[in-house]
Design a protein around this ligand. Structure first.
Ligand code: NAP
Ligand code: ZN
Length: 347
């Protein structure tokens, strides 16, 4: 298949820094669009993948799955986009399109396996897919989102992963008025979860390990903030309908099962690379559930973008240049970001 070369930012190994590299993109197929990338967020999953935390990384890797840009070319069969439109890509760039999961819009659970925007086998040109830390991308239009005109487009890029990953479980677990919701960890995902859960009408409590984030949690919209290392503060918490856990490293989930009310659910979206232990009594008492959630399907992602536009929700970001990606990764690893790095790809 014919390909073109585009400039990207990736790495050859888990301990080498991110550097400039040339990658191949396929020449447009009939249902493809080509996007000139303007902004790409940096998610902790990019960092996990680059560090090979989950043991599944194929090198070289070009991460990036919070992609916003402008359409520069459309294939002959594309009617959803025209040249010049704003467009966005999240995690999913392909799926079988006909299994029961794809049929009801949950491509992230495709029975034949979906294709992640980076580090997944590339069905068209071989090798693995390369993500949004690059100047340009080609994608099947069915997996490209229509990007509403946010005032700050860079700050809207994190909606493509942090936004949908928190919106989807909050909606699934019917978060809304009268519901008491907990958010664990105030990072990229956690700070979006606060804003979205508040917009859904819930009473929101955040659990943070960082004393400096307690005040900030209220600014982000949380009703209450709890320092999770403080046993007294933890003991006074109870009756939660749902707690959304966004923590990226191993931690004690039993502490959060304990704050749930009867029939409450602790929902994991964070992806630590070690197993988390659940005490039997922590779920048996109160018929509690321990569950998880993975991003969200394409139609739900579009719905989330419209919801965030309507409620004026974007991420709090630090906009960086392409030559600052290594510094950003180092700071993200230490939890030193308020609250999402976004790369200005044209810098
Ligand atoms: P992030 O910005 O680094 O935020 C993670 C937060 O977790 C930190 O800010 C910190 O919050 C807390 N934390 C970190 N280490 C901790 C520890 N050892 N003990 C307790 N708390 C700790 O990361 P992110 O981009 O939001 O991603 C969070 C996780 O979700 C990652 O594992 C990522 O891979 C995963 N993820 C999953 C999906 C999915 O579909 N399931 C999608 C995207 C990302 P405080 O300072 O407030 O304590
Ligand atoms: Zn992500």
């Amino acid at each position: 298949m014919e390909t073109t070369i585009t400039k990207a930012y990736g790495t050859e190994s888990a301990d080498a820094p991110i550097k400039n590299m040339d990658i191949k993109r396929r020449v447009l197929l009939d249902n493809d669009v080509e996007i000139d990338i303007l902004y790409c967020g940096i998610c902790h999953s990019d960092l996990h993948a680059v560090h090979n935390d989950w043991g599944a990384t194929t090198f070289p890797i070009v991460p990036g799955h919070e992609i916003v840009g402008k359409v520069t070319k459309v294939g002959d069969k594309v009617s959803k986009f025209k040249v010049g439109d704003l467009a966005a890509i999240g995690c999913i760039v392909d799926s079988c399109g006909h299994c029961s999961q794809c049929n009801h819009g949950e491509e992230q659970f495709c029975e034949e396996g979906w294709t992640l925007v980076f580090n997944a086998p590339d069905k068209h040109i071989g090798g693995v897919t390369y993500g949004g830390f690059s100047q340009q991308i080609v994608c099947d239009a069915d997996y490209v989102l229509k990007m509403p005109e946010f005032d700050d487009l860079a700050a809207a890029a994190p909606l493509l992963c942090a936004g949908i990953t928190t919106y989807s479980p909050l909606k699934h677990w019917k978060v809304g008025p009268g519901k008491k919701v907990g958010i664990v960890g105030i990072g990229g995902l956690g700070h979006m979860a606060i804003k979205i859960a508040k917009a859904m009408g819930a009473e929101v409590t955040v659990f943070t390990t960082s004393p400096s984030k307690v005040e900030d949690a209220k600014r982000l919209g949380a009703d209450h903030a709890v320092l999770s290392k403080d046993e007294e503060q933890m003991k006074s918490q109870s009756g939660f309908h749902m707690v959304l856990d966004t923590v990226s490293a191993k931690h004690d989930v039993n502490a959060y099962l304990n704050v749930l009310g009867v029939d409450g659910s602790l929902v994991l979206v964070g992806l630590p690379n070690q197993p988390l232990e659940v005490g039997a009594f922590n779920v048996v008492n109160g018929r509690k559930s321990f569950s998880g959630s993975n991003i969200g399907g394409i139609s739900e992602t579009q719905e989330m973008l419209e919801f965030c536009k309507e409620h004026n929700i974007t991420a709090d970001i630090e906009l960086i240049k392409t030559d600052q990606i290594n510094t950003a990764f180092n700071r993200l690893e230490k939890g030193d970001v308020r609250y999402r790095f976004v790369i200005d790809i044209k810098s």
